[in-house]
Design a protein around this ligand. Structure first.
Ligand SMILES: C[S@@+](CC[C@H](N)C(=O)[O-])C[C@H]1O[C@@H](n2cnc3c(N)ncnc32)[C@H](O)[C@@H]1O
Length: 258
């Protein structure tokens, strides 16, 4: 099905490391700041090993996790089984962005985090996702930042690769799982969502200062919290956010009293 059937264990290890945790904490913090306090109907497309699906369910939202990889979904199901109190608020669907079994604007939030980078182009996916956002609802997209391609290579000392990527203005580079992944700019994603009737909100750049560390980086709680506050503060401001490995864009569909 997808290369992710084989990459599941590597991805789980990445998520458990310091860099993965930073990313999930930053995204969750922003989502919770934008979400209504009452429970929201959330669709997490490309939910992978279920980190955000479970985090959002744990604070009371009703979350549908969708992923085309049966192996990834099995990891999520296993984690859900260990949290039986969440089961009533989570459902899992084996589907990709192009085969979602939903056909109307029925979600208060549609998340698509860390997925667009594996697709050839974002246009069709964003169109499908935007269609599912209810009036007043949000589309949350976490993508690889095209603007910063080559920075990771430069900071890890792979100068030749960095020079090649930066010099050619490449839009793809090797990702965490060894697969080549494609970058998008926040501005282009905002233009796309606007084309589908959504109003872009301020975007953030993520993993600005920590992307060059490897997955063995395991900060203690105090260091993690300090790193998180630094990243959060810088995430809103250029030129810092432009250097983030990831961009988190959000856009809201007008209406619905929001
Ligand atoms: C890097 S993981 C991200 C998982 C999770 N969203 C997160 O942020 O931790 C990418 C996920 O996208 C899924 N995926 C691959 N192609 C997809 C597609 N066409 N539609 C939806 N998900 C896809 C993979 O199976 C994998 O679980």
């Amino acid at each position: 099905m997808t290369g992710f059937d084989a990459a599941g264990a590597a991805y789980a290890a990445h998520c458990a490391g310091g860099r993965g945790r930073l990313r999930h904490d930053l995204v969750e913090r922003r989502l919770l700041a934008e979400l209504p306090e009452r429970y929201a109907r959330i669709l997490d497309v490309g939910c992978g090993t279920g980190e955000m699906t479970l985090r959002l369910a744990a604070v009371g939202h009703h979350v549908t996790g969708a992923d085309p990889s049966a192996r990834m979904l099995a990891v999520t199901a296993g984690r859900l089984a260990a949290r039986p109190e969440l089961a009533v608020r989570v459902r899992l669907v084996e589907a990709g962005v192009d085969s979602l079994p939903f056909d109307r604007a029925q979600f208060d939030v549609v998340c698509c985090h860390g997925v667009l980078m594996y697709l050839g182009a974002p246009d069709e996916a964003v169109a499908r996702l935007a269609r599912l956002v209810a009036p007043g609802g949000l589309l949350s997209v976490l993508a690889k930042n095209r603007t910063s391609i080559g920075v990771r290579e430069a900071l890890t000392g792979d100068y030749e690769a960095a020079r090649r990527l930066i010099g050619s203005g490449a839009d793809t580079s090797p990702g965490n799982l060894g697969l080549d992944t494609r970058g998008d700019t926040a501005e282009a994603l905002d233009r796309l969502t606007a084309r589908h009737g959504l109003v872009p909100l301020p975007w953030q750049g993520l993993r600005i200062f920590h992307d060059h560390l490897d997955d063995t980086w395991a900060p203690d709680q105090a260091v993690h919290e300090a790193a998180l506050e630094l990243e959060w503060t810088a995430s809103w401001r250029s030129p810092y956010r432009d250097m983030g490995h990831l961009v988190h864009t959000l856009a809201r569909r007008p209406g619905g009293g929001a």
